[in-house]
Design a protein around this ligand. Structure first.
Ligand SMILES: Cc1cc2nc3c(=O)[nH]c(=O)nc-3n(C[C@H](O)[C@H](O)[C@H](O)COP(=O)(O)O)c2cc1C
Length: 281
């Protein structure tokens, strides 16, 4: 899928997506053909509507299921209009009382490189690493089953693909460091939230993040959401000159996946709905 030419982003965010998603347009509402009976016309319209619905389901499912966390990108740039379009689409994510708690810092070119340099320098220096810590707890302090097993599996699967042995701290460091280079992606996103907002807004935030990742897939682009940035929030705040009320949520790499990179062949497991869903009938 190639990039599309976007209309003005505000108009896109507010109008055209809704009408195209609803299937409005000549195909859905055109005048009946001259010599067709009313019944034939209705049947033809029903078939067209079913086809459109099936195509839409297939397209949405493909965008969702083809999303994987990508950890090696090509340097191919992503045009600014495409980034703006993805953000405009994602801004349609729901949020409690339409609060829209998201703020995004889009880093490209030298600004992305400069932040990467600051973070890599910090990460390479054990003394500096000690001085930085997360501002919010993403993970529990005590791991329990089944989460600990899932967490370990994805880690070892990734390192296994890369040929990194369990004791090889050096190569693990190098691999984790790739986070701070946005895995080579031309676009780095840093997400922030107003500190005044509560847990509910973080729920909204997740929907926004997923919407970005899905809208990216619809344009043939890939992403990796990254909590790895959170320990270094003070450096990021300074670098981006964030006001005191803005808190770093996470980062994300955005770009074209490198199809030759072995780490991008990782397909993570999911438990089936029968494991996590209970039907109460
Ligand atoms: C909020 C969030 C933060 C994440 N942080 C990182 C990260 O810092 N580095 C990384 O390589 N992957 C990160 N991931 C990716 C997860 O490891 C990944 O989503 C999970 O293993 C499932 O794999 P999949 O995304 O390929 O389906 C993060 C995912 C989420 C949702």
């Amino acid at each position: 899928m190639g990039p599309m030419t976007p209309p003005a982003d505000a108009a896109l965010a507010n109008a055209s997506i809704r009408s195209s998603a609803a299937g409005a347009g000549p195909g859905a509402s055109g005048a009946p053909g001259g010599d067709k009976t009313a019944a034939q016309t209705t049947a033809a319209q029903t078939t067209a509507a079913q086809t459109t619905a099936a195509q839409m389901a297939a397209a949405v499912d493909a965008a969702i299921t083809s999303r994987h966390s990508i950890r090696a990108f090509l340097p191919t740039p992503v045009p600014r209009e495409v980034i703006e379009q993805i953000l405009a689409v994602a801004s349609r994510a729901p949020s409690g009382t339409n609060t829209q708690p998201w703020k995004v810092h889009v880093l490209t070119g030298d600004s992305r490189k400069a932040l990467s340099a600051v973070l890599c320098t910090a990460y390479d220096d054990p003394e500096q690493v000690k001085q930085h810590t997360e501002e919010y707890a993403y993970y529990p302090t005590q791991w329990v089953s089944p989460y600990i097993e899932r967490r370990r599996k994805v880690g070892w699967d990734l390192y296994g693909l890369l040929g990194i042995a369990k004791a090889d701290k050096g190569r693990m460091h190098v691999q984790h460091r790739r986070n701070y280079e946005f895995f080579g992606a031309p676009v780095g996103l840093i997400f922030t939230i107003d500190r005044i907002l509560q847990q509910g807004s973080w729920l909204d935030y997740g929907m926004f993040l997923q919407s970005i990742m899905i809208a990216a897939r619809a344009r043939g682009l890939d992403t990796c959401p990254q909590a790895a940035f959170t320990p270094f929030h003070r450096l990021i705040e300074r670098h981006l000159n964030l006001p005191a009320e803005e808190m770093v949520v996470c980062g994300m790499s955005l770009g074209h996946a490198d199809p030759t990179a072995v780490e991008n062949s990782l397909v993570t497991e999911r438990v089936p709905p029968s494991t996590f869903a209970q039907f109460h009938e």
